[in-house]
Design a protein. Structure first.
Length: 416
């Protein structure tokens, strides 16, 4: 087939694979080429810091689809095909092996890469980040009962790894430069609840500490802080955030600002190129059109479906309420919306140890809901909170806090 019959997706992760599926579901019968460079079929990443580290799932069990799925849908999956450049004028993708592929529409779904420590000693054996299955296997080998693991960064990845390490019988210390955990993700009261649980499990958590260097000979044996103290450890795992993989877009002269810049339809300034998932920065209508970038499993899947439809000319606006979850110990954390946009927080008790924290903006509009506790005690409230956020509902804080008030009744409240 000619390039006018070809859809190319660069990035064979959650977003890329879902987009390829959606193209077929929405009737595209031309070529679909899915380009990946990990040597593996697309797989889900969330289990890597949880069930894979705990030995409860193999990485093979994390596969999104089996081989027959791609074969039956005539999706040309190439797992060792790294894109080297995009020729926008000719509408071609050039691979590192020199091959060129023409496209009718192109989706960039290259995701993000973990930030690595840029410190003396960062290249010592025993220092890890977590992003792919190879990282997960390497970290799992470090989690031997009795070992002392230093986790640098108290974000979700760092805290999930800490909980998995504790479950494997390790001693854990978490070092965070910020004054609290999850600075950009959740209100302070939510972060405090999570940290409290970690400390109950024996995790030492330190805030406001700066790492100066990692020490050791061939292998890391400690973390030296700027105050001169050294924390002894058997391994170091850095969870200090990620950066979007925008190199292809930048080299092709596309707009990049905290990700590949797209409009409300996930299209770039080039009408033939779309971007979705962790790599893109997009305007969200629920938050005043402010440009945001989301790093979560559900957003990758949701944007994949919208991007695929818009590659086919549907012109849909992406306005899904963000949703995220994390499992730590026997707790689940579910987050709907963007709590960081809130000015005040309202707490609703949903169980003996379960709480939902509602974030309201300055006008009393619900912008975020964070549930912490048992799934059965928080999921329904967070789900209704998600619907209220989608409706831009202005709600009475007293009703949110009163566990005797059924949240569903608030769906009739004033919306903006």
């Amino acid at each position: 087939m000619s390039a006018t019959d070809s859809m190319i997706i660069v990035g064979a992760g959650q977003c890329g694979a879902r987009a390829a599926h959606s193209l077929r579901e929405n009737g595209w019968d031309g070529t679909v080429t899915l380009l990946g460079d990990e040597g593996l079929s697309p797989y889900e990443r969330p289990p890597l810091s949880k069930s894979v580290l705990l030995g409860q799932r193999t990485t093979a069990e994390c596969a999104l689809y089996d081989d027959a799925f791609y074969r039956d849908r005539c999706i040309d999956l190439r797992v060792d095909a790294k894109a080297a450049a995009i020729d926008r004028a000719q509408r071609k993708v050039i691979l590192t092996n020199g091959d060129t592929l023409g496209y009718h529409r192109l989706l960039i779904a290259t995701g993000a890469r973990p930030r690595r420590l840029e410190l003396p000693g960062a290249t010592l054996a025993g220092v890890h980040v977590l992003r792919d299955v190879h990282d997960a296997h390497a970290i799992a080998e470090e989690l031997i009962p009795g070992r002392r693991i230093a986790v640098i960064g108290a974000g979700f990845i760092g805290l999930e790894i800490a909980s998995s390490a504790v479950a494997r019988g390790c001693e854990v210390i978490v070092l965070e430069a910020a004054p609290r955990a999850l600075m950009r993700a959740v209100p302070e009261v939510v972060a405090e609840r999570l940290v409290e649980e970690h400390r109950k499990r024996g995790v030492e958590v330190r805030f406001g500490v700066q790492v100066e260097r990692l020490v050791g000979t061939a292998r890391v044996s400690g973390v030296t802080l700027t105050d001169g103290t050294t924390v002894a450890c058997d391994a170091v795992i850095a969870g200090i955030g990620v950066t979007p993989r925008t190199e292809l877009a930048q080299a092709a002269g596309m707009d990049v600002a905290n990700g590949i810049v797209v409009d409300e339809t996930l299209c770039t300034r080039d009408p033939h190129i779309f971007a979705a998932g962790d790599v893109c920065s997009f305007p969200h209508p629920l938050y005043g059109g402010q440009m945001i970038r989301l790093e979560c499993w559900k957003n990758a899947g949701d944007q994949a479906r919208v991007a695929a439809r818009n590659m086919l000319g549907h012109g849909e606006t992406y306005k899904v309420v963000p949703w995220f979850w994390s499992d730590q110990y026997d707790m689940t954390i579910q987050i709907a919306g963007l709590p960081a946009f809130g000015k005040t927080t309202v707490v609703r008790e949903t169980g003996v140890t379960s709480r939902v924290f509602f974030a309201l903006d300055g006008d009393g509009v619900l912008v975020g809901a964070s549930g912490v506790g048992q799934v059965r005690e928080i999921a329904r409230e967070v789900r209704i909170g998600q619907e209220l956020i989608a409706r831009r509902a202005r709600v009475d804080p007293r009703s949110l806090a009163d566990s005797n008030t059924k949240l569903k009744s608030l769906l009739t409240m004033e919306t903006l």
